[in-house]
Design a protein around this ligand. Structure first.
Ligand SMILES: Nc1ncnc2c1ncn2[C@@H]1O[C@H](COP(=O)(O)OP(=O)(O)OP(=O)(O)O)[C@@H](O)[C@H]1O
Ligand SMILES: O=C([O-])CC(=O)C(=O)O
Ligand SMILES: [Mn+2]
Length: 538
């Protein structure tokens, strides 16, 4: 291939098997990627200075993900939640993609996943679309120019949306494939423009390699206070990580993926990929400003045909996202690193309206909830859902089942050890419903959640009087200055106590049922963490 731009000449496209009449544009910066992308007709420029692209619905992406199954991966991968693809089928797809790519232009980016030099992973991406090159350049961490000369990738991503897989020939479900080869350190993506799949595939690779190095990969946000006290917010998509981590009083380390190792926490990413549905300057000024600037990629946000203003209130917005570098946020950390957290907040968007707005967890109950991963899945996070769609109840282990390559107990055991060693105070925060299930109950007011989170992080809430919840065994604050006691007690928000109790018993039963799959994998203490659940289920 013809190659142009700053790169490691010893490790070019040929090293990956890319060979042909096409051109590889190495490590283009933002302005050059903009120019190429617009000239190629991939994207449009908005009045706000952003690149705007339609990626289509993302509904099927989860079923189109695969991991190569062979001797090496056989024992290490959690096949309970990951789909296998055979080595032969993968290699056929790889060869076909290389033939397709040989005569085309590719946008190559050399990047780091991980802000901690000791644990970062070198990621190289070859993208058919210039805008996807910009997306990954923005989402991962950008090396200095001089670091490119000897860059050797540990993981190589090949993203070719224009190539459609042949289900019969490639042994897959549809034209879209995102396949991870752990042994060789590769991701092949084709038949889809969905860029989130690329960042998720990189994270998936890290959930495999980091635990072996003593680092726990987490689907969570991190902030740091003035005294260097870090807080970690774990939660599924749409449960409030970004919302709560954007806090004037605290520095933002990152809003979605972190590693927790011996030296503390580090951001895996270098950017944010935030929901842009109904984005407004009034509700979230920091995010609005970051979304409306040069360098930001807007996915699935319509532009006014004349003024080219982004229309965030548009109807098909559930997969609308804005991607911008962390530097675009006013309180972002440049180092991307922090000490071990003092406070751990697990954000559970409770669809049943049963969980208290906040509860204190001991390390064993924290591990139980981390493994359970009880929360809501919003239709919008996976597909184009109608406006006002109701969330579905889900149990997503480690609040990130779609990213886990190993068995959830691997991460849960690591988390428990880290919590105990660092004496971390753990809380379960209900960012979902109160007073009834989704549909009849109301959403916990965001302002209340913010104040409770602030009080948990400051340590003040830990001093409050509390009661032990009869169903879940955790400790619930009963009174705290500035809060109506009624706000802290979910039962008192229901129309009557009997219906609350029935709902609580039902939810506890679902926890017990869900946890059966993990009983073999955890020790007795964790199995017994919620004895009341067993009673409640009867
Ligand atoms: N009590 C609450 N706490 C947190 N968020 C709330 C609450 N009530 C409503 N919300 C809304 O829920 C949404 C949470 O979305 P957010 O983008 O913060 O999720 P996320 O965890 O960062 O997701 P992702 O992993 O997809 O980036 C926001 O629109 C927020 O305004
Ligand atoms: O950024 C994204 O597109 C997806 C994401 O965080 C998630 O699914 O949790
Ligand atoms: Mn996320």
């Amino acid at each position: 291939m013809q190659e142009t731009g700053t790169r490691n000449a010893e490790s070019g496209a040929a090293a990956f098997g890319l060979d042909g009449s096409g051109i590889v544009f190495w490590n283009l910066t933002e302005a050059a990627l903009y120019e190429r992308s617009i000239a190629r007709g991939e994207t449009r420029l908005s009045a706000a200075g952003t690149l705007t692209v339609e990626t289509g619905p993302t509904a099927t992406s989860l079923q189109d993900r695969y991991i190569v199954r062979e001797d090496v991966s056989e024992a290490e991968v959690w096949w309970g939640a990951n789909q296998p693809i055979g080595r032969e089928a993968y290699d056929t797809l790889r060869a076909d993609l290389l033939v397709y790519a040989a005569g085309r232009s590719l946008f190559a980016q050399d990047l780091f996943a991980g802000a901690e030099p000791a644990y970062r992973v070198n990621v190289r991406a070859y993208c058919e679309c210039a805008w996807q090159g910009l997306f990954l350049r923005t989402m991962l961490r950008r090396p200095e120019r001089e670091e490119l000369a000897d860059f050797i990738p540990a993981l190589t991503v090949l993203s070719i949306p224009g190539f459609k897989a042949d289900p019969e020939r490639h042994g897959v479900r549809s034209q879209a494939v995102i396949a991870l080869d752990l042994a060789r350190g590769e991701v092949l993506a084709c038949g889809t423009l969905n860029a989130a799949e690329l960042k998720k595939a990189v994270f998936g690779y890290l959930t495999h390699v980091l635990p072996a190095r003593g680092v726990l990969p987490l689907h969570g946000a991190v902030t740091v206070g003035e005294n260097g006290d870090a807080a970690l917010y774990l939660g599924l998509a749409g449960t409030g990580k970004t919302t709560l981590a954007v806090d004037d009083a605290r520095t933002l380390i990152g809003d979605d993926e972190h590693g927790w190792g011996p030296s503390g926490l580090f951001n895996i990413e270098g950017g944010c990929h935030v929901s842009a549905a109904r984005l407004s300057a009034a509700a979230t000024p920091e995010l609005f400003t970051a979304a409306n600037r040069f360098g930001t990629v807007l996915e699935n946000v319509a532009l006014n045909g004349e003024t080219r203003e982004p229309n965030y209130a548009g109807a098909h917005m559930s997969n609308a996202r804005a991607t911008f570098p962390l530097e675009a946020m006013p309180h972002a950390s440049l180092s991307g690193r922090a000490a071990a957290p003092r406070t751990l907040l697990m954000l559970a968007c409770d669809t049943e309206g049963v969980l208290p707005p906040i509860a204190r967890l001991n390390p064993v109950i924290a591990m139980y909830h981390f493994l359970s991963g009880y929360s809501a899945r919003w239709p919008g996070a996976e597909k184009d859902g109608p406006q006002g769609a109701q969330p579905e109840t889900t149990f997503s282990p480690c609040y990130g089942a779609p990213f886990l390559t190993r068995h959830p107990s691997v991460y849960a055991n690591q988390l428990r050890a880290l919590i105990e060693r660092n004496e971390v105070t753990c809380w379960l925060v209900n960012t979902g419903f109160v007073g009834g299930p989704a549909g009849t109950g109301r959403r916990v007011p965001l302002a209340l959640t913010r104040r409770l989170v602030e009080a948990a992080i400051s340590g003040a809430l830990g001093e409050a009087d509390s009661r032990t919840d009869p169903y879940f065994g955790f400790s619930v604050p009963t009174s705290f200055p500035g809060f109506e006691p009624q706000m802290l007690n979910p039962a008192r928000n229901w129309p009557d106590i009997k219906s609350y109790e029935a709902a609580a018993r039902r939810l506890a039963g679902r926890f017990v049922e869900n946890f059966e799959r993990f009983e073999e994998a955890v020790d007795e203490e964790v199995r017994d963490a919620c004895p009341r659940l067993a009673i409640a289920a009867e």
